[in-house]
Design a protein around this ligand. Structure first.
Ligand code: NAD
Length: 346
């Protein structure tokens, strides 16, 4: 195994995080701040009070990055850009709102061009496992997906195709124009400070909320989308931000899409059992067979990330879900008591 080489960014250089009012962007800003970066610009379309996290000492701007002028403003003086901005959500959202998902291509297209014009040194793009060929995912126990499985292309309609096209934009900006881009294909990220209700939440947060709700309201059923046999791997947010940092600065991974996920696949039924254990309840399962359920099975093949980075996300779902459950329970109780559920740290 050859050792990877990394090019670090100076702590006083300006870093832009796009989508910073969301789950992963917010966590990344916190991570970079804790690491000692002094000039972070956080941008999101949402009005500031709606951001999941706002970190003291960070420049926070509310801008719509699907517009060219906003991107030009956002990248001013930036040396590194992390693009975590997209219209996205769990299966319920991405199966229903394909146009909205596809329109996120405007964000990456304008931001990439603006970054190139501004002389940005490194650009990160948050891709997804939804970019993979869905025909390879029609069995709950199908083999894990490796990076080459994106082609021949048969991505998730809407959301997945947007990811695949935006990956290509990044790769060509490197090949033709010399800007260093980094592309990670995330597999189901979860953790505190993520969406936990309202229709955009993903399975781990939804499962925790449903169990908490059942406990609070004295219900004895748990609704599961599909028959619960769908297989997935889930990556805790701390592994995700660390992986983003590693991939962004690894010289061997320029313009090279790479899986960022755990290879611990569990079924949705097993996820439900974990959430029940955390809540100390056993509920009757109600399977909604015509609900959006996505592909039958999807897991991350981590051969490449282990080979190149000598690292892979490893926080077990049992551990990460506990923290997530406790956080959602706190949010649920705050909301019930009429308190704000979006923490404003400024
Ligand atoms: P999120 O919805 O919590 O955050 C995305 C943020 O982008 C939101 O705050 C939203 O307001 C912002 N945004 C949307 N349109 C914008 C625009 N035009 N201008 C500026 N901001 C805009 O989602 P997340 O889970 O943090 O995901 C971050 C990135 O990672 C996305 O690109 C997503 O597709 C990708 N991803 C996430 C997961 C996951 O499991 N969470 C999995 C695969 C890929």
């Amino acid at each position: 195994m050859t050792k990877p080489t990394f090019t670090a960014c100076g702590k006083n250089k300006l870093i832009l995080v796009a989508g910073a009012g969301g789950f992963i962007g917010g966590a990344l800003v916190r991570y970079l701040k804790d690491k000692g970066f002094t000039r972070i610009r956080a941008v999101d379309r949402k009005p500031l009070p709606e951001w999941y996290q706002r970190i003291a000492g960070v420049e926070c701007l509310s801008l719509d990055l699907s517009k060219e002028a906003s991107c030009t403003r956002a990248v001013e003086d930036a040396v590194e850009v992390y693009n975590l901005a997209a219209d996205m959500g769990g299966m319920g959202f991405i199966e229903r709102f394909r146009v909205m998902c596809l329109r996120s291509i405007l964000i990456n297209t304008h931001l990439l061009e603006a970054a190139y014009r501004a002389g940005v040194e490194r650009y990160f793009y948050a891709s997804s496992a939804c970019a993979y060929n869905t025909k390879l995912q029609d069995d709950p126990h199908c083999r894990a997906l490796k990076e080459t499985d994106a082609y021949p292309a048969y991505a998730e309609r809407g959301y997945g195709w947007e990811k695949l096209m935006s990956e290509m934009f990044c790769q060509e900006y490197t090949a033709e124009r010399g800007m260093r881009t980094a592309i990670a294909r995330f597999h189901n990220v979860y953790g505190p400070w993520g969406t936990w209700d309202g229709g955009r939440e993903k399975a781990p947060a939804a499962m925790c909320r449903k169990v908490i709700e059942a406990r609070e309201k004295g219900l004895d059923t748990l609704e599961i989308w599909g028959d619960g046999s769908q297989g997935r791997s889930f990556m805790y947010i701390d592994d995700c931000v660390l992986g983003i940092d590693k991939i962004m600065h690894c010289n061997e991974l320029v313009a090279t899409p790479i899986n960022l996920g755990t290879s611990e696949m569990i079924s949705i039924n097993e996820l439900a059992t974990l959430a029940e254990e955390l809540g100390g309840v056993k509920l009757k399962r109600e399977f909604v067979l015509d609900a959006p359920k996505g592909v039958a099975g999807r897991n991350s093949d981590n051969t490449m990330i282990k080979r190149v980075l000598n690292w892979e996300p490893s926080i077990p779902i049992r551990e990460g879900l506990k923290t997530t459950y406790q956080w959602i329970e706190g949010q649920y109780r705050d909301r019930k008591a009429g308190r704000k559920t979006v923490k404003d740290l400024l």
